[in-house]
Design a protein around this ligand. Structure first.
Ligand SMILES: Nc1ncnc2c1ncn2[C@@H]1O[C@H](COP(=O)(O)OP(=O)(O)OP(=O)(O)O)[C@@H](O)[C@H]1O
Ligand SMILES: [Mg+2]
Length: 316
């Protein structure tokens, strides 16, 4: 079979493993309710509901022994950073599993660096291994068009197309990125064009939606916003340039994480903070020291205005 030449066991991919949290299996209704509970994303929700209905009837028809027009399950997600693509992709994995279209429904999120290897020939193996880790679930390829334009990327695309074909009953691929390069990428690769027929558009969030996302995140993390804290968030939002680099939902998350750091720093000398103190993020916590910079960093970078790292004191 196609696996014969693959050395076993493959090196575990730490990124792939981290992308597949072990969650109890949720029902279709629970997952659709989670989707509907997301702030905004009106067209995304409508499109996922439509796709769910089509795939559900397709699978029921198949069970009844009726003819089925094979609907492509693979999806293209286009939109700016932080507009909820990963969040929705994870729900889609669960929804497809609940429909019986995928055996596990996990999400494996990768970018070019996790598909392409240092030498030609190795890329095919690396991509095949990633596909194997996504088997039974969703392979989510961020900025998939970064695979365009060189032999390594081409090898990854060819392997991907082959794996999609070989595993068409238990592997779903979602490619994500900015609208224009994505449209070009799909149309330039005939192997992909026939497999990715459904494109879902993620719009930027409005101010009100971002406020809803922020307050929802804060509540979910067991914090309360003190007097003026929401206005402080509005102020930060007003200072943001809303171009393609704006972080959308990620902006809300970065502001919250920075505020949590500032609160901890503020409470550092309170020996026994009350529960209320532990819960409250003040306006100053939200504003921080250099709030305008908090969104210019990636999700893993330290937020601006964080307290000094105590470890730095030990270094010469
Ligand atoms: N509609 C929403 N409702 C609630 N929270 C949201 C919503 N959209 C995004 N978020 C939150 O915003 C953050 C970014 O979302 P997500 O990672 O899904 O975006 P993304 O489109 O995958 O971003 P990127 O392109 O940067 O990978 C997450 O913390 C997520 O929980
Ligand atoms: Mg993402």
């Amino acid at each position: 079979g196609p696996d014969a030449g693959v050395p076993a066991p493959p090196q575990p991919d730490p990124n792939a493993a981290a992308a597949a949290p072990a969650e109890p299996e949720k029902s279709l209704d629970e997952l659709l309710a989670e989707l509907d509970a997301l702030v905004g994303l009106k067209t995304v929700k409508a499109e996922i509901h439509r796709q769910t209905a089509v795939l559900r009837v397709e699978s029921l028809r198949e069970k009844a022994g009726l003819k089925v027009a094979t609907i492509t399950r693979h999806l293209v997600f286009v939109g700016n950073p932080g507009t909820g693509k990963t969040t929705v992709a994870r729900l889609v994995g669960g929804i497809y599993r609940a429909l019986g279209l995928l055996s596990k429904g996990q999400l494996v999120e990768v970018d070019r660096s996790e598909l392409v290897a240092g030498y030609l020939g190795q890329t095919a193996l690396k991509t095949a291994e990633v596909c194997k880790s996504a088997l039974g679930g969703v392979l989510f390829i961020d900025e998939a068009y970064s695979l365009s334009g060189d032999q390594y990327g081409e090898e990854a695309i060819n392997t991907l197309v082959k794996e999609m074909e070989d595993n068409r009953h238990d592997l779903v691929v979602i490619v994500a990125g900015y609208p224009l390069p994505m449209a070009r990428f799909i149309s330039e690769n005939p192997g992909l064009a026939s497999r990715f027929r459904t494109t879902i558009f993620f719009d930027d969030y409005t101010d009100d939606e971002l406020i809803g996302i922020f307050t929802g995140m804060v509540a979910k993390a067991d914090y309360d916003l003190g007097p003026g804290a929401l206005d402080a968030f509005r102020t930060l939002l007003g200072q943001q340039v809303r171009d393609q680099t704006f972080g959308n939902g990620r902006f809300a998350r970065n502001v919250m994480e920075a505020a949590i750091g500032h609160q901890a720093w503020r409470l550092r000398e309170v020996s026994e903070p009350t529960v209320a103190e532990l819960r409250t993020l003040t306006a100053d916590d939200v504003l921080g020291d250099a709030p305008a910079e908090t969104v210019d960093f990636g999700p893993d970078a330290p937020a601006a205005g964080d307290p000094p790292d105590p470890r730095e004191a030990d270094q010469p």
